[in-house]
Design a protein around this ligand. Sequence first.
Ligand SMILES: *Cc1c(COP(=O)(O)O)cnc(C)c1O
Length: 437
Amino acid sequence: MPSAQPTTRSDELMRTARTVIPGGVNSPVRAFRSVGGTPRFMASGTGPWLTDVDGNRYVDLICSWGPMILGHAHPDVEQAVREAAAKGFSFGTPSENEVLLAAEIVDRVAPLEQVRLVSSGTEATMSALRLARGATGRSKVVKFAGCYHGHVDALLAAAGSGLATFALPDSAGVPVSSAHETIVLPYNDVSAVEAAFAEHGDEIACVITEAAAGNMGVVPPEPGFTAALRRITREHGALLISDEVMTGFRCSAAGWYGLEGEPEGGAPDLFTFGKVMGGGFPAAAFGGSAELMSRLAPDGPVYQAGTLSGNPVATAAGLATLRGCTAAVYDRLTQVSDALIAGATEALNVAGVPHVIGRAGSMFNVFFREERVRDYDDARDQDTAAFGRFFHSMLQQGVHLPPSAFESWFVSASHDDEAVDAVLAALPTAAAAAAAA
Ligand SMILES: *Cc1c(COP(=O)(O)O)cnc(C)c1O
């Protein structure tokens, strides 16, 4: 499709970026590899809108991959950041905001008694894994194919052939020895979990799962799946880690846990958080019972630390964001998601494009296939070329979707009727583009 939009500055920046940054980007999905074309470099954002360096304006459906739940440059968050920054950027001593943010998180998610603050979701899951291994004295980890938990060695593992066999590295640079400590199973498959534990139950430190999967597109756990994980881990003395880095404080005030309710048999042992709780700054956390968390240094033998952990500016942003997440915010997220799902479904139906919606609370995406998606094999069995055409048509019309068929679309409470209508108006043309092979 011929571009009506100027892209000269973005193209120039990308050329320079490629010379000084690998692939031109600091996180691979930003490079547009799966949809083709050159990424747009953003200059500013306000509410639901992004403006790129060539002056093109977009409705943002990435929202920084989740953190911008209140919209860009929300006045309350901006003020909190300014006030914090004016008092100094980092002390390397305890400071008040980290206590307030930890308390805010613990208040929201009932099973949590304590959280340790870190700077990224990757750090949160890496540290939770170490704690689980330290607490159980075991080394093996179960994860599910298609679930992403950050770029932790042991979690960048792909399924080996056959159930309950050890995994293979999914990235160069991950030692086979590290991947071999990981067992990768199909998501939503209780019998695979049973089989893995029947064979290796006394070696498994923990099961880590996305509370609701959002990194293979959106695939919620089937009813009873989380409860089954709880039951099986408990039977074998392993811990259950619920990764709520994406779902936390987005699916509800208490994340997916709040939406799904406590699984029969009890809550997960450890939770990980990131994204929303940093309000767009680097802040993340992991937490659980006081007893379990007491195994961390300085009280316990499991070492974990961070120069910028609990950073006063980042925690101010996170605190202002969480405090801004009122019931009205969650209502609006639901309304916006409902409206966009209805619009996308209608447009794709009219254009005759096979599709199915994946949804977990206000996280959702379109899979370009007919049948329901239950796991990663299903998610991969879709028409990604159709998504690419759809994506570029939306982009041309001023709507910036995540540049991959395997990502959630993210909305914010600042997506007002103008922004929603702009997306709805773009959908029929994009659906037609998806249909035209
Ligand atoms: C984004 C994400 C992570 C990694 O967080 P980073 O801050 O990117 O390191 C971990 N787990 C889940 C479920 C995520 O969505």
